[in-house]
Design a protein around this ligand. Structure first.
Ligand SMILES: [Mn+2]
Length: 337
């Protein structure tokens, strides 16, 4: 057993025995891993007799509304301060380590007598509390699964249920892109195999996370793909979206999900951009790249950031047209340099 996991399990057991409250905190903009992990943990803790709740900043992403036990999830903006729990004995951050990643809830998290963080992102911060960071885990869901297994051993009772397995499987499927990203390991499959024994609906998870679309999305994608522009021997491709187009299709930001990744998938493309005019006039640039183009290095001089193959930046006080020219020209120099 990893010492920190051991200690966290002990602390959790102590809180359960005292019948005290546990708050679970996924990061802002909770994705399938953050929310699935949080719900999976809450359900297992409840199975052990604990009073466990999940707190999030914003309404649940529509793509995740298939998750079980959403009644355990409270939205910060929807609660008045009186009903906000003051009596939690333990606060657990999930899929993040820094309290800053908890948005409006960070004070609530800090106010708890004990804080624990369960994460798989490499972190430079040295915040206090109990921290279990495992960068080799594909998803926070893997770490939560192992913690639940420890608790089952210590308590001598089963804690996982079909609903908890559904939530944890969602976490893992979400962060591995359906077991295809390079973070997918033998351990990922071993845990997924154990979760499958509880009969989670894998087909539904995959459909809702990756494949479900709407008529609006289909029409908008058709428009953007038809008009995508290829440059530099088709090594660069970009799409542009202004407010007029968004209104014409009655589209929202989520209707643009996945478009830039599709552009990158075109054979021979090294970098794909999506330029989007936001309602306040700022220009959002999403970048997806392959091996030969470091997306976050490219974004940094523009005040952006991200990962090697997925990054973004927001540029203000310039027109969509100017930003496209500037960025495409700069990217051309990178590709030819
Ligand atoms: Mn994650």
């Amino acid at each position: 057993m990893i010492p920190t996991r051991d200690r966290i399990a002990e602390v959790v057991l102590d809180v359960i025995r005292k019948k005290e409250r546990i708050g679970i905190y996924p990061h802002v903009g909770a994705d399938g891993d953050a929310l699935g992990s949080a719900i999976g943990l809450a359900l297992a803790l409840r199975q052990a007799g604990a009073s466990a709740h999940v707190f999030v900043d914003e309404r649940v992403n529509p793509r995740l509304l298939f998750l079980p036990a959403l009644d355990l999830v409270s939205v910060y903006a929807d609660l008045d301060t009186r009903s906000w729990p003051q009596d939690q004995a333990l606060a657990v951050a999930v899929d993040c380590t820094e309290p800053e990643r908890l948005g409006c809830r960070q004070e609530l998290y800090r106010d708890a007598p004990i804080q624990a963080a369960l994460d798989h992102h490499v972190s430079s911060g040295e915040s206090g509390g109990l921290r279990l960071i495992d960068p080799l885990a594909s998803a926070a869901g893997e770490i939560i699964f192992e913690l639940i297994k420890d608790l089952e051993q210590l308590l001598g009772q089963p804690l996982l249920t079909q609903d908890a397995a559904m939530a944890l499987m969602t976490a893992i499927v979400s962060d591995t892109g359906g077991f295809v990203y390079s973070n997918t390991t033998a351990r990922t499959f071993a845990i997924a195999a154990q979760l499958m024994a509880y009969d989670p609906d894998l087909r539904l998870i995959t459909y809702r996370l990756f494949h479900e679309s709407t008529k609006t999305q289909l029409r908008l994608q058709g428009e953007l793909f038809s008009n995508a522009q290829f440059l530099y021997d088709d090594r660069l491709v970009f799409a542009r979206v202004d407010q007029k187009l968004m209104q014409q299709f009655s589209a929202t930001d989520t209707d643009l999900d996945g478009i830039v990744s599709e552009l990158r998938s075109v054979s021979g493309v090294e970098v794909a951009f999506m330029f989007r005019e936001l309602a306040d006039g700022a220009i959002r640039v999403n970048i997806r790249s392959n091996e030969n183009f470091h997306a976050s290095d490219f974004a940094r001089p523009f005040g952006g950031g991200g990962h090697a193959k997925a990054a973004g930046m927001t540029i203000r006080h310039r027109s969509l047209h100017d930003v496209v020219d500037l960025v495409v020209d700069q990217a051309g120099q990178w590709l030819n340099g």
